[in-house]
Design a protein around this ligand. Sequence first.
Ligand code: ITT
Length: 195
Amino acid sequence: MKLLLATNNAHKKIELSGILVGHEILVPGDIGIEFDCEETGTSFLENSLLKAGSLFALAHAPVIADDSGICVPALNGEPGIFSARYGSVEGHSLEAGERNDYLLGKMRGVRDRRCFFVCCMTLMLDEHRVFSAQETLEGVLLEAPRGKGGFGYDPVVYLEREGKTVAELGAEEKNRLSHRGKAAAALSRILAGTQ
Ligand code: ITT
């Protein structure tokens, strides 16, 4: 099935295309739609529903939306739903590497280094057929980045069982373990049952 992904993040398209094999993942730009959804929700679920609903209103075709981020218990759950703009000040948005430095700066000297990624993914087949799945990936924050793969916070999140950061995983391995991979796998099962 053709699925329109409500994102401007090219990494999400790449990852999702590797997870939802057999489906064609398009982003708004692929079909000439300019998409910019204001993320005014107070949870990953609310923002995911907002993104799905606003793209569906423009495209009137099956849509998938992903709202994701990283939560750090020692920082009271920060950056959470604000992960994409963490550390940015009005008019100046940080690059991913700078954002990682900003997060590690906040964690300097903090012993509880637990963190977890969250992804809430919503599939909107039509206005009345809406499915959401939310998943996590748990890790610990390193003191310095490691690895070149993935995107965003991947180089600073270490997975103890794998003995690697998320940025040191192969693409397939990340998709198997990740918050996004697990949420998409749940929706893929729903898709298989609804076609
Ligand atoms: P769209 O809203 O256009 O989809 P975005 O990047 O702004 O793109 P989000 O609002 O969902 O998306 O913010 C997600 C941020 O959380 C993302 O920019 C990364 O900083 C971080 N993030 C989410 N998933 C991640 C992953 O798998 N690996 C590393 N960082 C991730």
